[in-house]
Design a protein around this ligand. Structure first.
Ligand code: SF4
Length: 71
């Protein structure tokens, strides 16, 4: 079971691609220039990409407790 669950706030994402550059196995840019999560991405990559977002558009939650890990 994955450790983290990730949500991308589409209203905050401005397409800077920092998440993709830092974690290309976890994030990619969608056709509308908003980041999307790659299915099956590992936990470390998910968190690293989230931390790279300058707008804190990627929220990371602990799957088991539901607690927000980042930001
Ligand atoms: S780093 Fe943040 S703002 Fe930039 S594409 Fe990724 S989610 Fe969007």
């Amino acid at each position: 079971m994955p450790k983290y669950r990730v949500e991308i706030d589409r209203s905050l994402c401005s397409g800077t691609s920092n998440c993709v550059e830092d974690a290309q196995d976890a994030y990619e840019m969608g056709d509308d220039a908003i980041a999307v999560v790659i299915a099956g991405a590992c936990d470390d990559d998910l968190l690293r990409g989230a931390r790279a977002c300058p707008l804190e558009a990627i929220r990371v939650f602990d799957t088991q407790t539901g607690k927000r890990i980042h930001p």
